[in-house]
Design a protein around this ligand. Structure first.
Ligand code: GLN
Length: 302
């Protein structure tokens, strides 16, 4: 019989080629908690606890998958974001902590809007983590989540149900918005995903679009590049701001005057995105760093 402690050593040994010791320890804790349903306090306090054969087998199976570089969130099928649980699969990006900071910024900014409610649009919603955590905390707003991927939208819809909130869902390509929304072929597989933007404008538009260039890709961990959806991550090297331009254009037509646009950004393009927004007549543009001190998000008023 293996104890919790035995697995701590196994994780350090088996995963040392892929993760540093701190990451191995964090993976070990996540897996033990998931399989045993012990609290993290219990795992710390009783490292000699013996595990059942069924539990040990389950841990070994997860360890085998981890050794292929597959992210733990895809193996377990969920991730935590903004205190909520989200189902994830390889059709959606795994929610990142820096995106929680963007959500926090949106929530703390609503006081400056003219109206006490209204509509929010999340462009490129993926798992739905931004839109759903906003709806959960700003229930007076109508939230619409848009994505180019039907599989992502189904995941977002499932996550809205898990977290007991109602959102509107739109299947569309923000780079080619009109034609995609009007294309009936694209709509059919999603007949249950309602499309409701009316012609009303939004108080808030938020987006964490793809922003990773080939240059950044070379520095990224293999478990991101090999497993996460490339449509959610990568942009053409010769037009890295393609999504920011399209979304800023869309926002300038679809935001209320005094409405707010929020972006998560690539740390290398802060100044360029500020300039782009200035050219498109946005005001009060603010660039913020994330907890790792990298330029990571922008807020602009229309
Ligand atoms: N922050 C993510 C990463 O570096 C990228 C997110 C995005 O492209 N929108 O993996």
């Amino acid at each position: 019989m293996k104890s919790i402690n035995d697995f701590s050593f196994t994780f350090q040994k088996e995963l040392s080629g892929l993760y540093d010791p701190r990451e191995c320890d964090s993976l070990f804790r996540i897996v033990i908690e998931d399989v045993t349903e012990f609290s993290s306090a219990k795992i710390k306090a009783f490292p000699e606890s013996e595990l059942t054969v069924v539990q040990s087998d389950a841990i070994n199976n997860i360890l085998d998958e981890l050794k292929t570089g597959k992210p733990i969130q895809y193996i377990l099928g969920y991730a935590e974001f903004y205190g909520l649980r989200f189902n994830v699969n390889p059709s959606v990006l795994i929610p990142r902590p820096e995106t929680e900071e963007l959500v926090e910024w949106v929530i703390s900014s609503v006081g400056s809007l003219k109206s006490a409610g209204g509509s929010i649009l999340d462009i490129g919603t993926g798992s739905g983590c931004i839109g759903i955590s906003l709806k959960k905390n700003l229930s007076e707003f109508d939230v619409t989540a848009l994505d180019i991927s039907a599989a992502a939208l189904w995941t977002a819809k499932e996550n809205a149900e898990i977290n007991q909130v109602n959102l509107n869902f739109i299947l569309a390509d923000i780079l080619n918005l009109k034609s995609e929304i009007e294309n009936p072929k694209r709509q059919t597989p999603l007949e249950h995903l309602e499309k409701t933007t009316n012609s009303e404008k939004f108080e808030i538009i938020v987006s964490n679009p793809p922003y990773v260039t080939l240059h950044d890709k070379a520095q990224m961990h293999q478990n991101v590049t090999d497993f996460e959806p490339h449509t959610a991550l990568f942009v053409p090297e010769d037009d890295p701001l393609i999504f920011y331009k399209a979304i800023a254009d869309f926002a300038s037509k679809n935001l209320e005057s005094g409405g707010l646009l929020f972006f998560e950004i690539n740390e290398s393009y802060g100044e360029q995105i500020v300039n782009l927004l200035t050219d498109k007549s946005f005001k009060n543009i603010e660039l913020r760093k994330d907890m790792s001190d990298r330029d990571r998000m922008i807020r602009a008023m229309f």
